[in-house]
Write a protein that binds this ligand. Sequence first.
Ligand code: NAD
Length: 292
Amino acid sequence: MILDGRHIASVIREELSQEIGRIVADGGRAPSLAVVIVGHNPASETYVRNKIRACEEVGIQAQKIAFDEDVTEDVLLQQIDILNQDPSIDGFLVQLPLPEHISEQKIAERIDYRKDVDGLCPENVGRTMLGMPSIMSATPKGIRELLKRYDIPTEGKRVVVIGRSNIVGKPMAMLLIQKNLLGNATVTLCHTKTPNLKEVCLEADIIIVAVGQPCTLTEDMVRTGCVVVDVGINRVNDQSDKGYRLCGDADFEKLKDKCSYISPVPGGVGPMTIASLLQNTLQAYKFRITKD
Ligand code: NAD
């Protein structure tokens, strides 16, 4: 069965739209998000456009703040300070990747965790790990929600996460080991130095693959009935007008009949990440409102 992230994300957007509609109808102001982008990376520009459009659809006021590729780290940090202080901004994110002369770590450290709708700053990562209230990293949160909405339990399951990035693999593993009903899994986190990936995967009830290489997860690595969540977004050249198509990290065609559930690319995790971003923005808004 297909884990239809596009559909679940549209259900979540409808829920958010109704909730924000009620807030505004009751005289409240709409939540607001700022998206900071540096340079003109075409993929980043598409992501930012999609995020802003998704915000507008649910009633979140969104604005883009764009800098040229050669902006200095200091200027970007100053912009973050402004956004941290600005009472009209509930949440913001800095689109990654950044040019090499800017430290992503310094940027993440400067963002006020209460406005960090990507859930990537150290305070949110730490709070998530400790099981404290936090804004969670958007992609792992979206994957957890996708599993939940398909009634796929994680409790007591053996989950293999492939990829240890700070934005997907590590926070995913952290969420799944939490002592709650959406966690309680036994998690193995694999990476490039894992020697026996196939054997580890064959033990898994659920595999979450986030490496950024097509066909990393093949048919012989997956037990019949396994759940596969494919995070990867890869461009593969083809004969289409665009000259390429998108695919994930799993061999979808060979796996789709062997798995009990599998998420497609596109249309799986991607839309869930954006839905999580919208949820995180509403969470940041509510936090500020209760503090005002
Ligand atoms: P990354 O690109 O920073 O790092 C890749 C990780 O995969 C590393 O930890 C590496 O150790 C591991 N890895 C690479 N090859 C491997 C192999 N053969 N075996 C085992 N481990 C291997 O990771 P990222 O930023 O999490 O991105 C991974 C993929 O997910 C990319 O394709 C990215 O575009 C995609 N992504 C999608 C979404 C979404 O919303 N759908 C969000 C974030 C990232």
